[in-house]
Design a protein around this ligand. Structure first.
Ligand code: IFM
Length: 457
């Protein structure tokens, strides 16, 4: 790439282009080398929880194929990779006893990235809580936050000499709501009263882990958190829809942003969470300062716009309306301008020093054709339009320093099993063969030119 391309691309020099994955969704090897049971191991083995009864027992077998996977990332010109560690692979009981074989795996993985010029972004929690901790109340129990600090310290001591970018939590809002209210995710609870204690303890755990990483790392680290963010709009200007959208947005994302950057939960959200059974007694003196421990960056995961209307019934939960526009296989609207608007709004409101798009991508029903190729023009166009939106945000002054496409390869999409394919690399699950999709070749070109290969909208 020449200097002119660097200037022309609209992305700053040194911009990171990567993909993102999560341990449970790709690793497999669910009982191997001393790994403990996670809530997702337990949940997927519970009949009726996952489409077609699928599990992450084998997933994309990345635990055994990681070297080939890193080689492929390198061939796609990617200079960063966001991955997560499986907590019970490192601490099988949740805290205390360390499984050295588990830590060794991540140590080799990190070395493999660095050897290929790929910057590791390590996520400590992408939802696979040790079952041993769930048995003691999971995130509703404050002790889980202390155990998480133990994981952070253990990982930082061993990997902090080589990993410079740490993400404490992935999408705490999803872990809270889908795991404890809708029951769609592990641990599968249906208790709205848990939103407050679970969300609060997740945030406390983030503060504790941030401090633990800094205390244990042998050199200065970049530490941040990844939030689920999207554009939330009311289905109509009727008062109940407007309130429903505001509450949804609050519980889904702004209570996290407000706590992290302004040391307080919005009053309205706190009141509603108490009305539905949460006790504010979980908020101890000093907690809000702990949660707001300064971080170095904010990661945003952006997929779609959510249109909300007031639900029916005596304790109505807000409902997501399916919009009419083009949808991905998840039923999510393709809404790229939302990424630009979100980046600009969050940057202006909370002023994080650095931002990353830590996930963005789309599921489509990909097919391997008779030539052994996967044409995925919809995903390619989805990515292109979102890259353009990110470029506009940068031009508007957003300190965006990197972009991670979800996902590197097709993997286990939680309650939906293996049907939704999010990868830019196709996983042929029966053989575990990887086939680069058309969108993967596109991403490789964007990464090689630092975005100069992008056209105009
Ligand atoms: O697969 C998930 C990921 O684990 C978290 N963010 C959204 C992705 C797509 O649903």
């Amino acid at each position: 790439m020449n200097g002119q391309q660097r200037m022309a691309s609209g992305f700053p020099e040194g911009f990171l282009w990567g993909t993102a994955t999560a341990a449970y969704q790709i690793e497999g090897a669910h009982t191997e080398d001393g790994k403990g049971e996670s809530i997702w191991d337990r949940f997927t083995h519970t009949p009726g929880t996952i489409e077609r009864g699928e599990t992450g027992d084998v997933a994309a077998d990345h635990y055994h194929r990681w070297q080939d996977d890193l080689d492929l990332m390198s061939r796609l010109n990617l200079n960063a990779y966001r991955f997560s560690v499986a907590w019970p692979r490192i601490l099988p009981d949740g805290y205390g006893r360390v499984n050295e074989a588990g830590l060794d795996f991540y140590s080799r993985l990190v070395d493999g990235m660095l050897a290929r010029g790929i910057e590791p972004f390590l996520t400590l929690y992408h939802w696979d809580l040790p079952q041993a901790l769930q048995d003691r109340g999971g995130w509703a129990n404050r002790d889980t936050a202390k155990a998480f600090a133990d994981l952070a310290a253990t990982a930082a001591r061993r990997l902090g000499d080589r990993v410079s970018h740490w993400i404490t939590l992935n999408e705490p809002g999803v872990a809270s709501v889908l795991g404890h209210v809708t029951g769609e995710h592990a641990p599968g609870a249906h208790e709205p009263g848990l939103i407050l204690p679970v969300s609060h303890h997740l945030l406390v755990s983030h503060g504790m882990a941030t401090q633990a990483i800094r205390a244990e790392s042998p050199r200065p680290m970049s530490v941040g958190i990844t939030l689920n963010t999207g554009v939330v709009e009311p289905a109509s200007d009727r008062e109940d829809d407007v309130v429903a959208a505001r509450l949804f947005e609050g519980v889904w994302q702004s209570m996290f942003l407000e706590a992290l950057y302004r040391k307080a939960y919005p009053d309205e959200i706190l009141t509603v969470l108490q009305m539905i059974g949460g006790s504010a007694d979980v908020i101890l003196p000093g907690d809000m300062e702990l949660i707001a421990t300064p971080t170095d960056f904010l990661g945003v995961n952006y997929y779609t716009r959510m249109i909300i209307r007031a639900g029916a019934g005596s304790t109505p939960l807000p409902e997501i309306v399916t919009p009419g526009g083009p949808l991905t296989e998840m039923g999510w609207e393709v809404y790229p301008q939302g990424l630009r608007d979100l980046l600009i709004r969050v940057s202006a409101t909370y002023k994080p020093g650095v931002m990353y798009v830590t996930e963005n991508g789309a599921a489509y029903p990909d097919m391997l054709n008779e030539r052994g190729e996967v044409a995925d023009p919809d995903r390619l166009r989805y990515l292109e339009r979102h890259f353009l939106a990110a470029r506009e945000a940068i031009q508007a002054g957003v300190p965006l320093k990197g972009y991670f496409v979800w996902s590197f390869m097709d993997n286990f999409e939680w309650a939906k099993g293996y049907r939704p394919r999010f990868g830019v690399v196709y996983t042929d699950f029966p053989t575990q063969r990887r086939i680069v999709k058309e969108s993967g070749r596109f991403l490789a070109e964007i990464a090689a030119t630092n975005g100069a290969a992008l056209g105009e909208e």
